[in-house]
Write a protein that binds this ligand. Sequence first.
Ligand code: NAD
Length: 452
Amino acid sequence: MSSHHAQQCAYFKEGLTLSYAARISALHQFDKALRQYEERLVAALYKDFQKSAFESFTTEFSMLYEEIRHAQRNLKKWMRPKRVRTNWINWPAHSAILREPLGVNLIIGAWNYPILLLLQPAVSALAAGNTAVLKPSENAPAVAAVIEEMINTNFDSGHLVVVQADATQTQQLLALRWDHIFYTGSTRVGQIVYEAAAKHLTPVTLELGGKSPAIITASANVHLTAKRLVWGKFLNAGQTCVAPDYVLVHESVREAFIQACISELKRNNYKLGQNHYCQIINHRHFDRLIALLDPKKTIYGGQYDRDTRFIAPTIMAEVTLTDAVMQEEIFGPILPIMTFDALENAVKQVKALEKPLAAYVFSTQKNEYQKVLSDLSFGGGAVNDVVMHLSNPNLPFGGVGHSGIGAYHGTHGLDCFSHRKSVLYKKNWFEAPLKYPPLSHKKLNWIKKFMK
Ligand code: NAD
């Protein structure tokens, strides 16, 4: 492990990653390898948690190809110095921001989208001229093995390499001095990562989770809301960091909304191996989720089978903030529903918890959704939709507070793996005497006059 780190430090110091030619060729190589291994990766996703070929493409590969294409198209523009205005005190001069790569990165991925969450930041790292050690999640072992072969046979390990590590070995990796650590996963482990990074003053990007609310007001289009929300909640069997974790619905539309969700679920007929419904990743998560179920509050679903790690899409109603299901991020196919009378109170309930990674508001009244957007702090979200905001490469993707530090995707990914170096280009044909001795009152008055 430390040998890969040393190798990458040497590779980066040589300047081999810096040029446009090196970056564009790395992106091309990445794209080619991904296309070559796509079929095997899809099979590995199925092996790890029976993820369907349809969802594998739509939720992992499509976004990854889009990210590569976006980087290829914009790289030249991104690499140009960005001119900014120069203030009078520096006249005559011009100013620019130059992006430089941070250097040697450690990228740690999560298991729920095990390809996308490890490789999408890797694309940004390469485009920004870095090297990276990629650490896939050990909870999706079949995918991790194929990614290791794909990267390690196609890249110089000084540039990009995959290492397999469990929690203890990951801590050994974290003890090394990186130029940047990019971590996706739980808030608990995020704190471990942050602490390890602090020892070397290493900057971090932490892509964490949280309880993301969906607020449904009385003015919402109930049927379309139920359709979009059911899709986003039960996608990947609820194992999506930006899935709506719980619903706050206005009491006047509660019944209609619940009925619309139930008919949507019946229509979708989610079953294991059918209609793209996948397994819970492992028995540890399965047992954790079952402990959150309260049969007395379950109004739809609730069936499960430990052998096949199947949990049916489940709706719980009459839920309160003190229920087990509201004590932690669910990260599974259980949807708790709570009600509110005034929008003010829904906002208060969300504020009682940590700042979430996402928040969603369903409403046709501008004043309602504006209130939610301005009163709540959250990583990102949508009005009248769920999850889809992260598929727009022009929007930065990241959390705030306990849901994360930093953001990526598209140009924001390039920023995430770059230092923005400020440079003042001074001309030599004039030098104002104001800052040099003798520092008289007259000079001070001149300065004051200019600064007011
Ligand atoms: P996790 O924190 O258990 O694991 C993530 C990574 O951390 C894995 O690679 C794992 O090997 C490593 N790890 C685990 N324990 C460690 C330890 N003690 N020391 C060092 N490294 C350790 O997270 P997870 O279960 O894979 O993912 C679930 C969480 O991640 C949820 O909270 C979810 O919301 C969040 N998540 C966030 C995003 C995002 O983009 N913001 C995406 C997916 C998941």
